[in-house]
Design a protein around this ligand. Sequence first.
Ligand SMILES: Nc1ncnc2c1ncn2[C@@H]1O[C@H](COP(=O)(O)OP(=O)(O)O)[C@@H](O)[C@H]1O
Ligand SMILES: [Mg+2]
Length: 267
Amino acid sequence: MIELSAVEKTFEQPGGERVPALRGVDLSIPAGQFLTVIGSNGSGKSTILNVIAGTYLLDAGTIGIADSDVTRWPEHKRAALLGRVFQDPFKGTCPSMTVAENLRMAELRGKRRGLRLGLDRASLERYRAGLASLGMRLEGRLQASMGTLSGGQRQAVTLLMATICRPMLLLLDEHTAALDPRAAEQIMLVTDHLVRTHALTTLMVTHSMEQAVRFGDRTIMMHRGMIVADLTGDERRGVTEADLLVRFAELRYTTEMRVTKDLRIAP
Ligand SMILES: Nc1ncnc2c1ncn2[C@@H]1O[C@H](COP(=O)(O)OP(=O)(O)O)[C@@H](O)[C@H]1O
Ligand SMILES: [Mg+2]
């Protein structure tokens, strides 16, 4: 269970202007839930992930992960509980190391003791099986250096790395946005496979409304630092990409009409 309560985060821009990025966000994610997040540019999607990961500390509010109140935990301490994948396929892996070595590093990150950097046969076999399960013909590339893989292949390996220690929460920030449509689709299938196989609690930000409603169990929409829609169950199943686009257009309109920050658009 992940619990954000009354979370506030304001950034100060270089010119001194204060930008509220999260305004009173309450969000609780039950264990095993796959939650997708959509919202316009600058609506606070990445900031939610960043405050959970501890990249930024909160101005107000609390964050709980499982039984721990992590509000004041530094980023490196939270990292043990989290898996993260970013938009940039080059982030989070070491290009000069092989695929197998990168996977080993990811495993070592989780458990400091009892594992050595050396790659034994059993580990290699485990990585090969993990890669094979992704269905991207990566099992033959264990000894290839990461830098030689395509963007899609890299994101697949990065996902395997982010989930290898079975994190309490998997954070995905538009992790298919930099890929061509075919690779993006493959990566979404890999994501869904890993999340479901290990029943991972997952928070996925996406620029794609189609992805947001096709994958996962629940979708929230952000607007100007607030959660303005929260869809699950039958209501979510019935929603189309077009419905979401209309909702976005309405939000933009109501914002222009200077509706106050307390407005909550009912799902
Ligand atoms: N490190 C930062 N410094 C200053 N402003 C920031 C920083 N990170 C985010 N912001 C601002 O906070 C708001 C929300 O940003 P972000 O969460 O990245 O939006 P999204 O991911 O939804 O596009 C934006 O106005 C953005 O400019
Ligand atoms: Mg973002």
